[in-house]
Design a binder for this molecule. Sequence first.
Ligand SMILES: Cc1ncc(COP(=O)(O)O)c(C=O)c1O
Length: 456
Amino acid sequence: MPKTLIEPFRIKSVEPIRMTTRADRERLLQESKLNVFKLRAEDVLIDWLTDSGTGAMSSRQWGAIMEGDESYAGARSFYRLEKVIQDITGMPYFVPTHQGRAAEKVLFAATCKAGDLVPNNCHFDTTRGNLESMGVEAVDCVVAEGLQPATLAPFKGNIDLEKVEAVLQKEGARIPFGMLTVTNNTGGGQPVSMANIRAYAALLKKYGKPFIMDVCRFAENAMFIKMRESGYENTPIRAIVQEMFSYADGATMSAKKDGMVNIGGFIVLRSDAWLDAVKNGLIMMEGFPTYGGMAGRDLEALAVGLEEGMEEDYLRYRLRTAEYLGERLEAAGVGFVKPTGGHAVYIDARTVLPDMPVAHYPAWALCNALYLEGGIRGVEIGSVMFGKRLADGTETYHSMELVRLAFPRRMYTQSHFDYAAEVIAELKDKAASIRGVRITKQPQFLRHFTCECDWV
Ligand SMILES: Cc1ncc(COP(=O)(O)O)c(C=O)c1O
């Protein structure tokens, strides 16, 4: 058997990407105030800023787009998608939204109030933002190894059952439901085991709390279960997915991930207890319940994409791409969050720039160097993103300095990954020439998106 795991698709339509010179990139980055978020996408060669909504749709999805029924109420496309989602999730109530954060906002507005508390393995930043803006406390209870980049463990996204039980005991009256994010994006795209999902569901049941899953990457999580959890080796992905959902009372999803579409999201619920409140909120914030912020054509593309996202050959290739880049980085002596997750590789910038002071933002510096050296765009997950400015002008720094390379689905081939691995290895060799930055202008919140920097 050949060892190479190939891309399980061939290319029908191509989008050129543009090579730039080093001199071009020096100028473009300077014009962008040393912040890669400000670059134009056409000036980026390999864009690994995010896996969200950036993937390639299949010819079947593009075909389905022409079937879109754009009726305001009761569109055929809604019922088609509803059937697919009911089959996958086993939940009868489906509410479409335009993307994941809208699903969160609508569900939380219907179910939470100021003073409440919601536990999760790790809240994604929009989930946390939606809760905190309502005065709800968002508590992360991921297992300890989930916060240790170098520790190897199969399910680093698991929720710590003891920790979450202590929260349930102490704060039960404040908790409207428990959440679990699969895979755990904030913690490196790490999966959650079926045993952990089952045990957490039982715990929530014991305390009389509903169980809501954030299922952006449910298919990638299911593939990890198949590959790593004993007893599931021969179980079809669809059956694993159905079992995962069987333990939950509801879910929110950004379909821009494992839905294989460029826009879309939804809420599913097992009971109709919250349904009226959810639908009323949806009408105010998103749209009528049979389209909820999506065009009929997008509902059609999602109905096909959800099925394609569960294909085993695709998922095997998908997880292998991250693992492959990890192997190349390992060989080059570059540290990263281990094992590699489903949708991204998180480089530990301190292993490339061990001598750079944290005040010079090493992960941000490495992000800029990746663009300058090879036209690659990643995202800093370090002290620019999570550092806190104090009243006296000093800062507290983040515990990790990571650069996330997140892979759009079905878009880049192995040679793109080989190229990136070479660029990163070269950067490690010339680390002494990589320059740190200082922030010259920043907004009060979420400064990484818009801040301006200069070289130190
Ligand atoms: C785990 C998780 N939850 C929620 C969201 C929010 O989804 P969206 O970007 O579609 O609003 C994301 C997006 O990256 C995510 O990764």
